[in-house]
Design a protein around this ligand. Structure first.
Ligand code: CLR
Length: 432
């Protein structure tokens, strides 16, 4: 049932939940939430939101290439691809941040994935798009980190990335910083895009109807130089609509110093309509070209094997009983079934400690960019795409909040990032 806490039966438990939030230590997964706010879905599934519009994901590949375009239009074509990638990114936001509200009536607390939990599926889109696959894996439990790859074989497009969060509490909201990034590679175009993840906060806590609002800035840096800056805002005290953004695409990061330098500006709601216009000034709905209408493009849900055919570590199979208990709002059963999984995991970790065989991630490897694979100077002619793109965008290479700039207060510490290992995926008998 799509209950929110406004009913009197729930208000008591919601009040005690709010109290527990007020004194919480930063680890959201440790919060004991009332059953009506629990989602039967594990966070490892959230990777699917990156590709609920497979046509937009591959769109840049279907525009003319620089070779096909005459030299005078190569730059115009590169801008068109940067616009196409920006449109795809904007199209992911409604799925990422509104889908629980749509399917369950409010934002919910997802199941906290166990180490090695996986989620796989595919989208079977017709025409020039073809099949797109998803590989999602929980690569860390403390702190929770999910890594994923989305690949389209027909268009030779691979999106890969990972994400984790930190959270803090303020008087009316939970504030979330995302860690990680995504890399979108178009093999035929020999072009890669680095995508950073925006900060967000959870509102609606007082009324027991939580929802996500995005804030701050995120970036898309193209290897062809084009640089998209996306600024987010929500409904303010006085004015403003919810889920608002403004995206400016610049020839390069340097020219972004002056907003007037923008090649195009896109403005509107990422959960609704947005408009595009040339240059740096804000386009308006009446006079400008429609850029994207999130409600006119139904999301394409991925296809997942029936539970009976899934492996024991596949998310929906592993959590089946917990999910059932959540759907029944049976608090004791939820606790009982969750404890089984947690105890099993504790046993596994204990055995690993005893035998000295540590856990190996399945499809992803962690790369250390402070010394990438012990690379020597001779490799500098072919810099790693991530190093290259962070340099172009002036972004930190460290494990800083996503979108942190070089020389910012967060620009220090380790530089370890999760990368998809296609060979491991294929060795597992999987295809693209
Ligand atoms: C996970 C990565 C996805 C984008 C995304 C969307 C919603 C976020 C989620 C991430 C992380 C977990 C999250 C969730 C919204 C609410 C939930 C922050 C970043 C927290 C843990 C729930 C707290 C409980 C409330 C409902 C009170 O690509």
């Amino acid at each position: 049932a799509t209950t929110t806490g406004s009913s009197s039966a729930n208000s008591g438990s919601w009040t005690s939940f709010l109290k527990s939030i007020a004194s919480f230590n930063g680890d959201l997964s440790s919060l004991t939430a009332p059953p009506f706010i629990l989602s039967p879905t594990s966070l490892v599934e959230y990777s699917q939101y990156w590709a609920e519009h497979p046509d937009l994901l591959v769109a840049a590949n279907q525009l003319p290439t620089p070779e096909q375009a005459s030299s005078s239009t190569a730059e115009a074509m590169a801008l068109k691809r940067a616009i196409a990638v920006t449109k795809w990114f904007i199209s992911t936001l409604k799925s990422q941040y509104c889908s629980r509200n749509e399917s369950m009536g409010s934002e919910k607390k997802p199941l906290n994935p166990f180490l090695g939990e996986v989620f796989v599926g595919k989208w079977e889109t017709g025409g020039d798009v073809g099949e797109t696959i998803l590989a999602s894996e929980q690569v860390s439990h403390h702190p929770p980190v999910t890594a994923y790859a989305v690949a389209n074989g027909k268009n030779n497009v691979v999106l890969q990335g990972y994400n984790g969060i930190t959270s803090s509490i303020s008087t009316t909201s939970i504030n979330i910083k995302q860690y990680g990034h995504a890399l979108l590679n178009y093999q035929d175009l020999k072009e890669t895009y680095l995508v950073t993840l925006p900060p967000l906060h959870i509102e609606g806590l007082i009324t027991a109807a939580p929802f996500v609002e995005l804030e701050g800035t995120s970036y898309i840096q193209a290897s062809n130089g084009f640089y998209t800056v996306i600024e987010y805002s929500g409904r303010g005290w006085v004015s403003g609509k919810k889920n608002t953004f403004k995206a400016r695409i610049f020839r390069d990061q340097l020219s972004s110093a002056n907003k007037e330098n923008a090649s195009v500006t896109i403005s509107g709601q990422w959960s609704g309509k947005s408009y595009i216009g040339k240059g740096g000034s804000t386009p308006h709905s009446k006079s400008s070209e429609l850029f994207y209408d999130a409600n006119a493009q139904p999301s394409e849900h991925l296809i997942v094997k029936p539970i009976e055919e899934q492996e024991p570590t596949e998310s929906r199979r592993a959590w089946e009983k917990v999910a059932e208990a959540i759907r029944k709002s049976d608090y004791n059963l939820i606790h009982e079934e969750k404890s089984k999984i947690e105890n099993e995991q504790r046993e596994l970790r204990k055995k690993e400690r005893e035998t000295g065989h540590q856990w190996h991630t399945r499809w992803f490897d962690q790369k250390d960019y402070s010394n990438p694979e012990g690379k020597t100077d001779t490799n500098l002619e072919t810099p790693d795409p991530f190093t290259n793109l962070t340099n172009l965008a002036n972004l930190s290479i460290h494990n800083a909040p996503s979108g942190s700039l070089k020389k910012s207060k967060y620009d220090h510490g380790e530089s370890k990032h999760w990368r998809f290992n296609l060979d491991k995926w294929k060795q597992d008998g999987m295809k693209i």
